[in-house]
Design a protein around this ligand. Structure first.
Ligand SMILES: [Zn+2]
Length: 149
């Protein structure tokens, strides 16, 4: 048995929508056919890394498009973790340029956030039109993460 989660996070990692915006998103998700017991909205005190689980393939540098070695990425993550992910700016070893851990190209997508919506074992995807409506309610562009465990 394996489970998958469809996770939405705002593209601004410290952003937490107001309660009425969260309610609006819950109503929208219901109207898209997702049941309440499949949907969980979480706000954490600090920024967390929202990973893709078994859907991890590789990580590319957004600047030179080279692949980051996992050990190199882990070192950068460890340093950022010690700041409570308050400091995500890093100098990538591939091209010695500055970027953010949140801007690395994760295949499949992953990201950093305080607020997330998780949909447990959805039978369907959220299409582009639905995404746009959700983003309007959220007040931000959102990143879609498929976590497979
Ligand atoms: Zn690079």
């Amino acid at each position: 048995m394996s489970d998958h989660f469809l996770i939405l996070i705002p593209d601004e990692l410290s952003y937490v929508p107001e309660i009425h915006a969260q309610d609006k998103m819950l109503q929208l998700l219901r109207s898209f056919g997702f049941d309440d017991d499949m949907i969980q909205m979480t706000t954490s005190e600090s920024v967390q890394f929202i990973d893709q689980g078994a859907n991890f393939e590789h990580i590319l540098c957004p600047l030179c498009k080279n692949e980051l070695q996992l050990e190199q990425w882990q070192l950068l993550m460890d340093a950022a973790y010690r700041t409570g992910f308050a400091q995500l700016e890093v100098v990538v070893p591939c091209c010695s340029q500055s970027t953010s851990l949140n801007d690395l190209i994760y295949q499949w997508p992953a990201g950093f956030a305080r607020f997330r919506i998780e949909i447990f074992n959805p039978s369907s995807d959220i299409n582009e039109t639905q995404m746009h409506v959700l983003e309007t309610a959220l007040g931000y562009k959102a990143r879609k993460i498929w976590r497979h465990i």
